[in-house]
Design a binder for this molecule. Sequence first.
Ligand code: FES
Length: 140
Amino acid sequence: MSGLIAVGLPSTFKDSPSGKFSYKVVTISENKINSEDPNKKLSDELGFKEKKALVLKIGEEYQAIDAFCPHQGYPLAHGNLVDIEDFGVCFGKAIKCPAHFWTFGLDNGQCDRSPHKLKVYNCTTDSSGTVFISPKPKDV
Ligand code: FES
């Protein structure tokens, strides 16, 4: 799977504290610059920052988002999974940050109470069941 980041087999995912999903956190390094690189400062200035993505396994589905809350950086793996609903109709899933309870849609990363937005990444699996994500966020 050229250009994709291997996340691993589903059996390597950890159970979340909420018990509603399992997860892995992976590093996305644009242009393959890693954090130990002595040129990291230069790479930061050039805009090639390393990021962490949280890959969630919800039942047999996979979703990938930024790993840390854009508000104050709390790890979203410790968040709770909630339904986005209106008048009892479910429109999708969201993750609720446990620090201050901001909620972010898993499909578009949008926060429910501020302009903050998570990046969202495409997920796929191969014939062995290995999970991959795209290093480039979706345009949502
Ligand atoms: S750190 Fe997530 S809502 Fe404040």
